[in-house]
Write a protein that binds this ligand. Sequence first.
Ligand code: ADP
Length: 227
Amino acid sequence: MPLIIITGLPTSGKSTRAAQLHAYLAERIAALPQAPTSSPPYRLHLISDITQGISRAVYDLSTLPAHVRSANASEKDARASLYGAVKRVLSPRDIVVLDGLNYIKGWRYQLFCEAKNASTPSAVLQVGCAVERARGVNEARLRRREAVAASGGEVAQGEGEDAEEPYEPGNWDNLVFRYEEPNPMTRWDSPLFTLIWEDNEARAREVFGRIWDVLAGEAKKVVRPNQ
Ligand code: ADP
């Protein structure tokens, strides 16, 4: 089974959906019929900037002179780290949820090819969110960081509070500007599934169910082409 590439604007709710999808897939795997002595039919992985220790700052081109922007080494290194992590585990028995911006179409193409190389299908889940709402999430994170700094680290983490690292405002704007929307007419962006911020749990589960059906079905075809 396959690679699921999450994509969307910065601070648009990608990690939230990735965690929900991961939990949903874990449930579906646990519910599969299994002989008592055999190992589970699928292993599940969640790979993200956080699991790879990648800072938001690697995406920041605002501090670089124009002539080196296209060769931004730190972002390339970050992608190499994510690519390596995906490549290490991807196989027909490994489901990989890749949570990240995944905003460059050439990068999504590269991931699609990697899945093909591993004889396993891929899909894209786009997390849709109004730009102003996503901006509001980042601004709230910036305000929280300022409050923590102003208190000398004394501000306590409230229950359920969003303590993720913010993007610098110029970096955030630039990422929105650079975002390359997935196109379901291309092989590497299909099948394309979408969830928007307002979608409730029932709708999310419906979409996750479709992802499961498409990819589990596809995986069987890929693994056992003659059946
Ligand atoms: P990203 O991974 O795109 O940076 P996160 O998933 O970390 O975004 O979400 C940013 C913030 O928005 C978090 O505080 C999260 O709890 C909240 N959030 C995300 N998606 C939703 C949603 N669909 N409805 C309400 N709050 C959400």
